[in-house]
Design a protein around this ligand. Structure first.
Ligand SMILES: Cc1cc2nc3c(=O)[nH]c(=O)nc-3n(C[C@H](O)[C@H](O)[C@H](O)COP(=O)(O)O)c2cc1C
Length: 332
């Protein structure tokens, strides 16, 4: 185990609190594919490629989105301690293989929005349950769109009936392709179901309800329990496609931060969210979705947003398991 040192002007226990907040980020199948190297003048973020889902996420795109989400939490937590984070994404030779370097850019007093987003970090959850029929208000939708913009990304709202039908069809098609992929199914099985003492993966209590053929949208089966009669999905959730402007590691890290800012903003508005990643995971369908969005924006994830009842938290690995020793060489 590596001992945590002081960094960025923070005491070791404050650094631990910052990394704990980072690790509360969402990640594909709750793989938590991030690692941190803590040095006195910086915190470096790395991908944990051993945690990559080779079949579901062969290009490690969702892994980088997840790391981007952790980076956003890390930024918020630093601000909570009055540290202004200076972030270099994909720093290259300066820290080979790192996804980001975070340095101290002086002090700041967090504004109201930052404080609210930081408070939302431990409260946010992926909620796979059916939502209530209530509609997301226009002002809330605008806040979500702005959250993505603030992180140099784009939140496309699936608005028209035709577009909804198109996206629904792409979700279904990708879902069917994945049901025929034994690698994808094995990864899903490895991270779901009853796994006593697991510190990763999706426990049954977080799995939502079992998908049924009449459902309008196609959700993944995370080995959920059977559905109670009358517990059907809402008819009209807000469906959004989070997009980056670049098809690159940089774009994915930006989109990951934007995804987390959108999810935390949703939490501050009392909104719940879940993912429908199938159409961005299957390359051919993702290309089609990209064309449907006009060809420029790069679709990174699809979210369903609405109102629901609270769900329990998923487990997390200990911070000590996420650390890279300061002198350890990291393969790019
Ligand atoms: C890039 C990415 C893709 C995801 N895709 C899905 C998905 O397709 N379906 C789903 O139910 N959850 C999906 N999730 C949610 C994760 O399973 C969830 O974040 C993880 O289990 C941790 O739980 P929490 O979000 O409640 O903390 C995704 C998360 C990320 C970051």
């Amino acid at each position: 185990m590596t001992e945590l040192t002081a960094a960025l002007g923070l005491r070791p226990e404050q650094v631990e609190a910052v990394l704990t907040a980072a690790a509360l980020a969402p990640s594909v199948h709750n793989t938590q594919p991030w690692r941190f190297r803590v040095l006195p003048d910086r915190i470096e973020l790395y991908a944990d490629l051993e945690r990559k889902l080779a079949a579901t996420d062969p290009e490690a795109r969702e892994l980088r989105l997840s790391c981007g989400a952790a980076l956003f939490n890390l930024r918020m937590a630093l601000q909570g301690f009055g540290v202004r984070p200076l972030v270099t994404l994909v720093p290259g030779a300066e820290a080979p293989g790192a996804l980001a370097i975070v340095r101290r850019g002086g002090t700041l007093v967090p504004d109201e929005e930052m404080r609210a987003l930081l408070q939302a970090v431990p409260a946010r959850r992926t909620n796979r349950r059916p939502f209530h029929e209530a509609r997301v208000e226009v002002r809330q939708r605008r806040a979500l769109v702005r959250a993505a913009e603030r992180e140099r990304s784009w939140l496309h709202v699936v608005a028209t009936r035709e577009e909804r039908a198109r996206v629904k069809e792409l979700v279904q098609r990708a879902h069917r392709i994945q049901l025929d992929d034994t690698g994808v199914l094995a990864e899903l099985a490895a991270f779901t179901g009853h796994r006593p003492d697991a510190t990763d993966g999706i426990p049954p209590a977080s799995a939502g309800v079992r998908p049924e053929p009449q459902d309008e949208w196609t959700f993944r089966d995370f080995q959920a329990s059977d559905r109670l009669p009358g517990k059907d999905y809402e008819s009209d959730p807000l469906v959004v496609v989070l997009c980056s402007f670049y098809d690159s590691d940089l774009g994915e890290l930006q989109a990951g931060q934007a995804m987390q800012r959108v999810l935390l903003t949703a939490t501050t508005h009392g909104l719940s969210a879940s993912f429908m990643s199938q159409p961005v995971e299957v390359k051919s369908v993702r290309d089609e979705l990209r064309r449907a969005l006009g060809g420029m924006l790069v679709p990174q994830t699809v979210l369903r947003i609405g109102f629901s009842t609270p769900v329990p938290a998923t487990p997390r690995r200990a911070v000590s398991d996420l650390l890279i020793t300061p002198n350890h060489h990291v393969d790019a």
